[in-house]
Design a protein around this ligand. Structure first.
Ligand SMILES: NC(=O)c1ccc[n+]([C@@H]2O[C@H](COP(=O)([O-])OP(=O)(O)OC[C@H]3O[C@@H](n4cnc5c(N)ncnc54)[C@H](OP(=O)(O)O)[C@@H]3O)[C@@H](O)[C@H]2O)c1
Length: 434
C-alpha cells in the first residue's frame, strides 16, 4: 500500500495526542484513505525524552524543526507548537518548501491567517486548521463546506472550556471565582497564567476565525469587543436563576442593520436554551441561518485526543488532495470587505441588561440610580434583592428594558462616581431572544 508521509513539529498535548491516534488508529485510517499515513519525522525541543510508539516503525526524531521541514520524505508538516513566533517560522518554511501545512494554532491564524493562506495558495499547497477552533468539534468543516450554502445571520458559541468550567462550577457549588480558578489550575484545566482563557482573548481568536468563515468577512481580533469572567460571582448566578437565566461566556457574531456586531463577554442566557446546558469544559457553537435555520455543534473544545482527532482528520484530507492532485480549495478567510458584514461597534447593540450593584445601604439609593437611568432614556424593568445579612456591602440587581450598549455604558460611568457604591456596577447583556 502506498503512503503519504507526515512530520509533526510539537509533541506537547496536541502533538502527543495526534501521534497516539496516528499509531493506534493507523489501520482504520488506511482503510478510509486507501493508503497509509506514515509518520516520517517528529520534532520537539526535548524529543529524546518523548515516547514514540514503536508501531510507527522508524521515525526521524529531531530537536530541529528546520531539519524536519526540509526532510525530503515529509510531505505534510503539522505545526503543533503554538504561539506566533516559532510557529510562524515553521509554517513559512514549510510553504517555502512546497509542503502543505496542518495547524492547531488559533492565535497565529486569527492574527495573520489570511496572508499565510495567500502564500500557501500561491505556492500551490494547502493550509488546514480544523484543530484551531473548538478542538474536537469539526466546526471549520461545517462552516467551510457543510452549511456554506446558507446565509448565516448569527453565530453564538461557548468557545473556551476553561471559562465554561469555572462558570459552571461557580453555578453548581456557589464557591467564589478565586477558589474555583485555583482548583482548575491544580487540576490542569487552567494555565498558571489564566488570562488568555478567563479574560476572553482565547475565545476572541476563535470567534475571529469562525465569524470570518460564517460571514465571508475579513475580521481581526481587535475588532471584537472582549470582556472576561473575573467579576462573576455566586450571587450573580443566584440573581440570574431568579430571572430564569444562567451566565456563560458567550462569543457572538450577529448581523444587524448597522453591520456585524462581534463580542466575547459574559451574558445572561435563558436557562431553557440549549447553550445553557453546556457544562464543564465542553464547547458549543450555535449557528442561525436564513435558510437552514438553527444548527448546533457540541463537543470537547480541547484536550490531547479530541484535538488530535481534528489534526489527524486534516492530515487525511490534505493527504487525499496530495494523492488526487489538489482540487479547488475553499478559503477560510475573506479577503475583501464586502460592506454588508462590516464589523461595527458593540455600542450599537440593543439588549435588555442586568445591572448588579454592591452598596453601602442608605435611603434614596434606588431613586438615585433610577434617576440616572431615566436621564439616559433607559426604562427600568425590575429590581431584585435577595436576603443579605449586611447593610454595608449589600448586593441588588436592576434589570432594564432593551436599550443600546452606549446608553448603558453612559449610565454605568455616571453611577460609578456615586459614593455609596462599593464597586462599579456590573452590566451584563441579557440574550433573552436566544
Ligand atoms: N491543548 C489543547 O487542548 C489545544 C486545543 C486546541 C488547539 N491547541 C493549540 O495547539 C497548539 C499546541 O498546543 P499544546 O497544548 O499541545 O502546547 P504544548 O503542550 O505547550 O506543546 C508545545 C510543543 O511544542 C514544542 N516546541 C516549542 N518550541 C519549540 C521549538 N522551538 N522547536 C521545536 N519544538 C518546540 C514543545 O517542545 P517540548 O515538549 O520539548 O517543550 C512542545 O512539544 C497551540 O497552538 C494551541 O493553541 C491546543
Amino acid at each position: 500500500m502506498e503512503e503519504v508521509k507526515v512530520g509533526l513539529v510539537g509533541l506537547g498535548n496536541v502533538g502527543s495526542g495526534t501521534l497516539a491516534i496516528l499509531a493506534e488508529n493507523a489501520d482504520q485510517i488506511a482503510l478510509k484513505l486507501g493508503f497509509r499515513l506514515k509518520v516520517a519525522a517528529v520534532c520537539s525541543r526535548s524529543v529524546h525524552n518523548k515516547d514514540i510508539p514503536t508501531s510507527l516503525g522508524p521515525v526521524l526524531r529531531t530537536a530541529s524543526w528546520q531539519e524536519l521541514v526540509c526532510h525530503p520524505e515529509v510531505q505534510i508538516v503539522a505545526e503543533l507548537v503554538g504561539g506566533t513566533a516559532v510557529a510562524r517560522e515553521v509554517i513559512d518554511a514549510a510553504i517555502g518548501q512546497g509542503k502543505s501545512v496542518v495547524t492547531a494554532n488559533k492565535e497565529l491564524m486569527a492574527a495573520c491567517g489570511p496572508e499565510i493562506w495567500d502564500r500557501a495558495i500561491r505556492a500551490g499547497i494547502n493550509l488546514a486548521m480544523e484543530a484551531s477552533v473548538c478542538g474536537g468539534i469539526p466546526i471549520h468543516a461545517v462552516l467551510r463546506e457543510g452549511i456554506s450554502g446558507d446565509r448565516v445571520t448569527a453565530l453564538y458559541g461557548i468557545l473556551n472550556g476553561t471559562s465554561n468550567y469555572i462558570l459552571t462550577e461557580i453555578e453548581k457549588r456557589g464557591a467564589p471565582f478565586d477558589t474555583i480558578l485555583a482548583e482548575a489550575q491544580a487540576l490542569g484545566y487552567a494555565e498558571a497564567d489564566p488570562s488568555a482563557d478567563i479574560d476572553g482573548f482565547d475565545a476572541r481568536s476563535k470567534l475571529a476565525l469562525l465569524a470570518a468563515l460564517a460571514f465571508g468577512e475579513k475580521i481581526t481580533p481587535p475588532e471584537i469587543f472582549v470582556e472576561g469572567i473575573r467579576r462573576i460571582s455566586p450571587m450573580d448566578f443566584q440573581y440570574a436563576h431568579t430571572l430564569k437565566h444562567t451566565i456563560r461566556l458567550v462569543g457572538a457574531a450577529r448581523q444587524t442593520r448597522e453591520g456585524l456586531i462581534l463580542s466575547v463577554r459574559p451574558a445572561l442566557i435563558p436557562q431553557s436554551t440549549i447553550l445553557a446546558g453546556v457544562q464543564g469544559a465542553y464547547n458549543a457553537v450555535w449557528v442561525k441561518g436564513l435558510y437552514g435555520e438553527d444548527t448546533f455543534y457540541y463537543g470537547r473544545g480541547a484536550g490531547a485526543r479530541p484535538t488530535g482527532v481534528a489534526v489527524v482528520s486534516d492530515l487525511m484530507r490534505v493527504a487525499r488532495e496530495i494523492r488526487s492532485g489538489s482540487p479547488e480549495r475553499v478559503s477560510p478567510f475573506a479577503h475583501e470587505r464586502l460592506g454588508e458584514y462590516k464589523p461595527v461597534s458593540v455600542t450599537l447593540q440593543k439588549r435588555a441588561y442586568y445591572l448588579r450593584f454592591r452598596v453601602d445601604d442608605r435611603p434614596g439609593i434606588i431613586a438615585r440610580l433610577a434617576g440616572i437611568l431615566a436621564s439616559k432614556n433607559i426604562s427600568l424593568e425590575s429590581v431584585l434583592q435577595e436576603p443579605c445579612d449586611t447593610k454595608h456591602d449589600l448586593p441588588f440587581v436592576i434589570t432594564v428594558e432593551p436599550t443600546t450598549e452606549q446608553s448603558v455604558r453612559d449610565a454605568v460611568n455616571e453611577m460609578s462616581q456615586l459614593d455609596f457604591l462599593s464597586e462599579a456596577p456590573l452590566a451584563l447583556p441579557m440574550e433573552t431572544a436566544l
